[in-house]
Design a protein around this ligand. Structure first.
Ligand SMILES: Nc1nc2c(c(=O)[nH]1)N[C@H]1C(S)=C(S)[C@@H](COP(=O)(O)O)O[C@H]1N2
Ligand SMILES: [Mo]
Length: 161
């Protein structure tokens, strides 16, 4: 996973790097926050400490190249609220679990702006881009688009791709 853009120290991070960054402030089990979800995670705050955002960085764009899904959210409200899940019971996340890396907003109810919703829980996260202005956002904009996206996901699951 790559973290770049408006940061002093861009870098590429694997599972072991994320575990090391989680270090003294790990999230050993995201089910504490969301009972239906599993896995160990590193806080977004920890990742940001590692790459040192520039003062003018205001937005995050989360990229998933695998299915060309992108989400742009304001940095302020999300920075204390999100994690990246990098392992489940010591192994890497599978694609059907949204792996190898999955973005997760821990408490979307407590932090419920329109921009911080379930749809921003990006699966197959391969790049976090810090930006001065909003970036690409391919989230569904209405119920019809939402239904179409979930039908496509379901189809991919059934065909095993
Ligand atoms: N890469 C990627 N991430 C994604 C999506 C997607 O289509 N591709 N769908 C989003 C939407 S619209 C929702 S509501 C949640 C659903 O996550 P879940 O299947 O774990 O409940 O994932 C989000 N993350
Ligand atoms: Mo969604």
């Amino acid at each position: 996973m790559r973290i770049d853009g408006a940061v002093e120290a861009p870098g590429t991070f694997g599972k072991a790097d994320l575990a090391a960054i989680a270090g003294e402030d790990p999230v050993p089990d995201v089910s504490v926050y969301q009972p239906a979800r599993r896995g160990a995670a590193v806080r977004l705050e920890g990742l940001l400490r590692a790459v040192r955002p520039l003062d003018e960085a205001n937005y995050l764009t989360l990229h998933a190249g695998r299915d060309d899904f992108h989400v742009s959210i304001p940095l302020g409200p999300v920075r204390g609220e999100a994690v990246v899940v990098y392992e489940i019971e010591g192994r890497a996340l599978t694609a059907s679990e949204g792996g190898p890396f999955r973005f997760l907003i821990l408490n979307p109810a407590a932090c419920h702006t329109a921009e911080l919703d379930d749809c921003a829980n990006v699966k197959y996260l391969d790049r976090i881009e810090l930006r001065v202005r909003p970036g690409r956002d391919t989230r569904p904009r209405d119920e019809a688009e939402h239904a179409a996206l979930h039908a496509r996901e379901q189809g991919e699951r059934l065909s095993g791709s």
